[in-house]
Design a protein. Structure first.
Length: 103
């Protein structure tokens, strides 16, 4: 994995942690500061989004990107693959719980 993709993954994880810590703030109109997830070594930009906007962006397979920045197709594919793996794991867990609960 190249350094740009590693950096992009790390920034995405940081942004997800920001979301986890502030999502109970309650004010849907308040903007929060997220890191640009483009993965470029020289990028130190921030993106200001409401929590709803960030969640919609993330759930749609997008990335928090500063104006004029872009995510490579390789990074986008990696994100989709990781999200799919997470959803498969959640589904397996729910099926196991359902089987346990129904005996």
């Amino acid at each position: 994995m190249d350094e740009g993709r590693t950096r992009s993954s790390a920034l995405t994880e940081v942004n997800r942690n920001i979301l986890l810590h502030v999502q109970d703030a309650g004010d849907g109109d308040l903007e929060w500061e997220f890191f640009c997830e483009c993965g470029q070594e020289s990028c130190h930009e921030h993106v200001f989004l409401t929590l709803d906007a960030y969640i919609a962006l993330r759930d749609g397979g997008g990335a928090a990107l500063a104006e004029g920045h872009h995510l490579s197709q390789v990074d986008r594919a990696r994100r989709l693959r990781e999200d799919a793996a997470g959803l498969r794991a959640q589904a397996r867990h729910q099926v196991a719980r359902a089987k346990k609960n129904t005996g």
